[in-house]
Structures are given as structure tokens and as C-alpha cells.
Design a protein. Structure first.
Length: 169
């Protein structure tokens, strides 16, 4: 019985992986590429809106026309200005947010204590600035932004596995 279940599972996985479309982020001079498959989340900026980051799931890739289909919109691949890679786990992101929030609250209460007559010491200034800098450095270290230009580009590929038919002679 277990052999039949393994066989069914194997055939299901094999059929599901026959066709894969991917979006590649390539950099000139390196063999490493970052691949985004259908179903993954892409964080990007558009050329006409360079202020806001958009985070959407890739639904499909139209290789012939050069379009990326998201849940709410369809975008030509040439309209993407920058891509942000968020490889950091949730831990680094949460720690970065906590440290910067702590520095804001430390600075606020330091100013409140200054208003009530306490003196600012190098320790109070150091704790606030140190936590702020460490929080921002964590965000910079783990979140990489790639602006697309001549040295970095996006490309779509189709990794379809075709079933070969033996030729009899």
C-alpha cells in the first residue's frame, strides 16, 4: 500500500514540475542569478513611481509579450526600475524595527527628562544613537536593492521539460 502511495506522489510531483517559468535577476560579471518563480513574491519599484515599493505575488509570466502578471495588475518587464531582495528572516526585520522604535522612545523620554531639569549625559545620547544606528545597519545589511541598468537586468526564461519520444529505426 505504501509503495502505491509513493508512486502516486512521485507521479504527481513529476507532472507538476514539467513546466516552470522564471524571472532572472542577472548581474554582469557574475555567474550568480536570483530566480523568481511563479508563486513567489516580488518587491519592486516602477519607473513612473520611484517612491513606493510594491510587493506582489507573481501569478504568471508571459514570455512572448514580456509581461509579468500579478494578482492585481500586469506590468511589462521594462517598466520595473528596481528590485529589493529581502532574504533576511523575520528575526532581522523584527530586531531592526524594535531597535529603531526603542531609539525613538529613548530620545523622546530623554527630551522629556531634559525639560524637567535632568542633564543629558553621553550615556543617554549614546544609547539612543547606538540603537538607532544598529537598527538601520541591520536593515541595510539584510535588504539589498538592485537598480536595473546596463549591469543588472531582468530576463524571463521558460524551463519546460519536454517528454522525449524514442525514435525507432
Amino acid at each position: 500500500m505504501t509503495k502505491i502511495l509513493y508512486l502516486i506522489l512521485f507521479l504527481f510531483i513529476a507532472n507538476a514540475s514539467w513546466s516552470q517559468k522564471a524571472l532572472l535577476l542577472e548581474r554582469v560579471g557574475t555567474l550568480k542569478t536570483r530566480k523568481y518563480f511563479v508563486g513567489e513574491t516580488l518587491v519592486y519599484k516602477l519607473k513612473n513611481d520611484r517612491k513606493h515599493w510594491l510587493e506582489e505575488v507573481i501569478v504568471d509570466l508571459d514570455l512572448d509579450a514580456g509581461y509579468i502578471l500579478f494578482e492585481n495588475r500586469t506590468i511589462p518587464i521594462d517598466d520595473i526600475f528596481a528590485i529589493q531582495i529581502r532574504d533576511a528572516g523575520r528575526g532581522a526585520r523584527i530586531l531592526s524595527t524594535l531597535l529603531t522604535t526603542f531609539s525613538y522612545s529613548w530620545g523622546f523620554w530623554s527630551l522629556v527628562s531634559l525639560a524637567f531639569g535632568d542633564a543629558l549625559t553621553p550615556f543617554t545620547i549614546g544609547v539612543g544613537l547606538g540603537s538607532f544606528l544598529i537598527g538601520k545597519l541591520l536593515r541595510v545589511a539584510f535588504f539589498k536593492t538592485y537598480r536595473l541598468n546596463e549591469r543588472k537586468r531582468l530576463r524571463m526564461i521558460d524551463l519546460t521539460f519536454y517528454q522525449t519520444i524514442p525514435i525507432r529505426t
